[in-house]
Design a protein around this ligand. Structure first.
Ligand code: ADP
Length: 203
């Protein structure tokens, strides 16, 4: 018999602490479905999206190793919104199928809670219907910038540009069922807060 598990969508802006929260939830027994990793996998060599990408865009969009040529596709999608939509119409359904498969596998294996790590949950708007609750990790933009500069060694203007391309803090908080405020709290305090939350998720 197919099991059911609570479906938690986890999101937050870059540097909010989303990955840190995901790790604690996994340590508490949640299964993790990583939407970004799945999206990369379907466009990697041998990925399910590759034949259709070659058919619709031409084989020059597929690199010698068989993966989507990310740099060329980024340029094309940047210059041509129609191309970006066509790419999304290939990739999104495949990502949807694979996330569902991973969810069913985890639920079937008896996991009580599945965390869907979805960086662009608020931006893409297509995830909400397949989730029970949305958990947003929130902090100030200044803190996001400091953390990403420290973690990635990127200059401030690069981090600011990424932030400008993401949903705003208020848009994200508005989409939340649960909001975890991760600013001015220690990693230990965050961990304790997430462990309390895990109890509410049946973990
Ligand atoms: P995201 O996945 O949202 O980009 P991460 O979870 O990778 O963010 O966190 C970004 C960086 O900030 C990491 O180096 C992490 O260890 C650090 N960090 C996150 N939350 C805190 C906190 N409350 N106190 C100190 N450092 C933190």
């Amino acid at each position: 018999m197919r099991g059911t598990a609570l479906r938690i969508g986890l999101t937050g802006g870059i540097g909010s602490g989303k990955s840190t929260v995901a790790r604690t939830l996994v340590a508490c027994g949640a299964a993790l479905v990583d939407a970004d990793a799945i999206s990369r996998a379907v466009t990697a060599a041998g990925g399910a999206a590759i034949p259709e990408i070659a058919a619709q865009f031409g084989s020059h969009l597929v690199a010698a190793d068989g993966a989507m040529d990310r740099e060329r596709m980024r340029q094309l999608a940047f210059d041509d919104p129609g191309a970006r939509r066509r790419l999304e119409s290939i990739v999104h359904p495949l990502v949807g199928l694979e996330t569902l498969r991973q969810y069913e596998q985890a639920a079937g294996a008896g996991k009580r809670c599945v965390v869907f790590d979805i960086p662009l949950l608020v931006e893409s708007g297509r995830w909400r219907q397949q989730l029970d609750q949305v958990l947003v990790v929130d902090c100030s933009e200044a803190t996001q910038i400091d953390r990403v500069m420290a973690r990635n060694g990127w200059p401030r203007d690069v981090v600011e540009k990424i932030l400008a391309g993401q949903a705003s803090r208020s848009q994200r908080v508005a989409a939340a069922d649960i909001c975890l405020y991760n600013d001015g709290v220690s990693l230990d305090a965050l961990d304790a807060e997430v462990r309390r939350l895990a109890g509410r998720f049946g973990l």
